[in-house]
Write a new protein. Structure first.
Length: 162
């Protein structure tokens, strides 16, 4: 009885998942000095929903929790050109780090950054994978056990049997 109670108590954490992500970064000028109080706007390009924040005294910003999707970020500060970056793809559990540099100029001038998001996540050591709907619908699931989908991720295997 005691073992069953412990199993139920601790098994809840095994199935927990994070279905959101975050985007954070640091805003600097051309001399790599931080830009405090810059206005940062994040827009979901699929839904049109946007959020605003200001950078801290260390030039950092954070948007969390965010639903998975495609995002656009733009930054403006007095004395600098408005800078933006498109095509930021956020998947479940991602913690994207997007640092942007501002160029001196009028606020009416805009700089669009077309760089791609790096494939390596250096913000944390967690490993995850998004399994898209097509794979879920087309793959056979032996014994109709949805936990078998976890074995699609690299490094995940079947537990050893005693």
């Amino acid at each position: 009885m005691r073992l069953a109670a412990l199993t139920i108590l601790f098994s809840g954490g095994l199935f927990a998942q994070v279905n959101t992500g975050s985007i954070s970064g640091r805003i600097t000028d051309s001399s790599d000095a931080v830009v405090a109080n810059a206005k940062v706007t994040l827009s979901n390009t699929e839904t049109g929903v946007s959020a605003r924040t200001e950078t801290s005294s260390a030039g950092t910003y954070l948007f969390t929790p965010l639903q998975p999707g495609s995002y656009r970020i733009s930054v403006e500060a007095p004395g600098f050109k408005t800078t933006s970056r498109d095509n930021l793809v956020l998947n479940v559990g991602d913690k994207l780090g997007v640092d942007l540099g501002l160029e001196v100029g009028q606020i009416t001038e805009t700089v669009d950054v077309k760089a791609e998001t790096p494939l390596i996540q250096s913000e944390n050591a967690t490993v995850g994978q998004v399994i898209d709907n097509r794979k879920i619908m087309e793959l056979p699931l032996p014994s109709r056990d949805p936990m078998r989908l976890a074995q699609l991720a690299p490094g995940v295997g079947e537990p050893a049997r005693a």
